[in-house]
Design a protein around this ligand. Structure first.
Ligand SMILES: Cc1cc2nc3c(=O)[nH]c(=O)nc-3n(C[C@H](O)[C@H](O)[C@H](O)COP(=O)(O)OP(=O)(O)OC[C@H]3O[C@@H](n4cnc5c(N)ncnc54)[C@H](O)[C@@H]3O)c2cc1C
Length: 449
């Protein structure tokens, strides 16, 4: 028997794992396992499955089940290795799964191999093949620019074309001998943006809509730093993170858009951002558990302090900085906020409150519906000065940023309506600890111009 273990590859298209099942003569099965420890709350009050994230995942699995039917998608909940070994004892199988992204997954695969399970890995998350990246491994580029220039300039580096979906209609299903099902801890949240309807079907429809119906890529570079709106950026991150869309498919669709409408700085820039994602993915494979240590890749950054008052205020979106509280409210309610907001949230957490960047990364891990282990931890480390290209970390000046990207305070009015019709100047004065509004005082005055 051959078993496909799905994790961040919840799709049929462009998936070598399904092809490996379709090529197999014997019985097959496919499983997704919700790791039990995602639901365990730690000492800081964090777990790994916020409401929006759970809702997206639940929808993505439902969509995949529907696409596969009548072939069953088995859902399990528990400790992944224990469950797989229990299944293997009752009914031996060869395991097909996508290559590990984080050290935790690498540990799972190593334990399965040690226990005698034959494990075959396929690539499902990155744009490039390991053989294309391997020459860089001797000395992985210390900066994104070094990586990008290499990738863009060497003509032998095409992004591999996405593969057509395997024919799963003739798969012969093996029944799962274990108790199946997931006890979802939350009622599915109403996901606020059409791009976040979980699953491959919706993700593909959203990609077509964004590129070809709305043609929102035509202004991508100019609007991608905005804080609010439906089309300011692609909103593809959740689909990519859960693997409902393959990045190669997205890349190819951008090339098709360019064929149709011409390439320009906007279409180039979306591919540029996909290369950031790629850079973080390969960096994690190279650096492994080092990324999750307080010192990060540099080994130099301090762990930050734990301040219970600041931490609690953060978790309640009550830092007293309206710009930041509005971002936290959006993140906790929807599982998303813009890249510009994420940068400012992380910068304030680390550089204004002096809190531990790893705690901030774990907070995002719980809430983000597009949580991607490499991009999240890579970006947090980058802002903390503990990642690539450290330069003492990145301190963002929210006042300058809002003046540039949201001077009308559209985002703030949407998420903190209780503030009333305040102006940017008034909010800035409040955040500096001068002339307070009818709003909690800042935990610390913001060190901005
Ligand atoms: C502190 C912090 C934490 C983050 N955590 C995550 C995360 O867990 N998951 C995640 O997908 N992105 C993360 N990002 C990156 C970025 O904020 C999101 O990818 C982006 O906001 C998602 O919206 P979008 O799909 O509309 O992006 P677009 O601007 O449309 O970009 C297209 C795609 O490119 C990739 N991308 C864009 N910017 C980045 C970036 N800086 N780093 C890596 N990939 C990028 C994403 O896959 C994104 O979907 C984080 C950024 C910061 C500053």
């Amino acid at each position: 028997m051959r078993l496909l273990w799905l994790r961040n590859d919840l799709r049929l298209d462009d998936h070598a794992g399904w092809q490996a099942l379709a090529d197999y003569q014997g019985k097959t099965a496919a499983v997704f396992i919700l790791p039990a420890h995602w639901l365990t709350t730690d000492a800081a009050g964090l777990h790994r499955l916020g409401a929006a994230k759970a809702a997206y995942l639940q929808q993505a699995l439902a969509d995949l089940s529907a696409r596969l039917a009548p072939f069953p998608l088995t859902l399990l909940q528990g400790e992944p290795v224990e469950l797989l070994l229990a299944w293997h004892r009752l009914q031996p199988f060869e395991l097909v799964t996508h290559a590990a992204q984080a050290p935790e997954e690498a540990g799972w695969l190593a334990r399965l191999c040690d226990a005698g399970v034959k494990v075959h890995t396929v690539e499902a998350q990155p744009l490039f093949e390991p053989e294309q990246i391997a020459p860089l491994f001797k000395k992985f580029p210390a900066s994104f620019t070094g990586f990008r220039k290499k990738v863009e300039k060497v003509p032998a580096w095409p992004v591999p074309a996405p593969q057509a979906a395997a024919d799963v209609s003739r798969l012969r299903a093996a029944a799962c001998p274990l108790t199946t099902g997931i006890d979802w801890p939350v009622t599915p949240a109403e996901l606020a943006h059409p791009a976040w309807q979980g699953g491959e079907t919706h993700a593909r429809a959203w990609l077509q809509h964004y590129l070809f119906e709305q043609r929102a890529l035509a202004h991508y570079k100019a609007s991608r730093n905005d804080l609010a709106g439906r089309y300011f950026s692609s909103h593809l991150s959740a689909a990519l993170a859960w693997g409902c869309l393959s990045p190669r498919e997205v890349w190819q669709q951008i090339l098709e858009y360019e064929q149709q409408w011409g390439s320009d700085e906007h279409s180039y820039w979306l591919r540029f951002e996909l290369l950031w994602r790629e850079y973080f993915h390969w960096s994690l494979r190279v650096h492994g558990s080092q990324l999750f240590a307080a010192g990060g890749l540099t080994g130099k950054a301090g762990p930050g302090v734990f301040n219970a008052e600041y931490w609690q205020a953060w978790c309640e979106a009550r830092t007293g900085w309206p710009m930041i509280d509005a971002g936290l409210k959006e993140l906790m309610a929807t599982g998303f906020c813009s890249n510009r907001l994420r940068q400012n949230l992380a910068s304030c957490f680390i550089h204004e409150l002096g809190l531990d960047w790893c705690l901030g990364a774990r907070f995002f891990e719980q809430h983000l519906l597009d949580f991607d282990v490499a991009s999240n931890w890579g970006n947090w480390a980058y802002i903390a000065g503990a990642g690539h290209d450290p330069r003492h970390g990145r301190l963002f000046n929210p006042h300058r940023q809002w003046r540039q990207y949201d001077p009308e305070l559209t985002h703030l009015h949407q998420w903190l309506p209780e503030l009333g019709p305040v102006t940017l100047t008034q909010v800035e004065a409040h955040q500096r600890g001068e002339q307070l509004l009818n709003y909690p005082a800042p935990l610390v005055p913001l060190r901005t111009l």
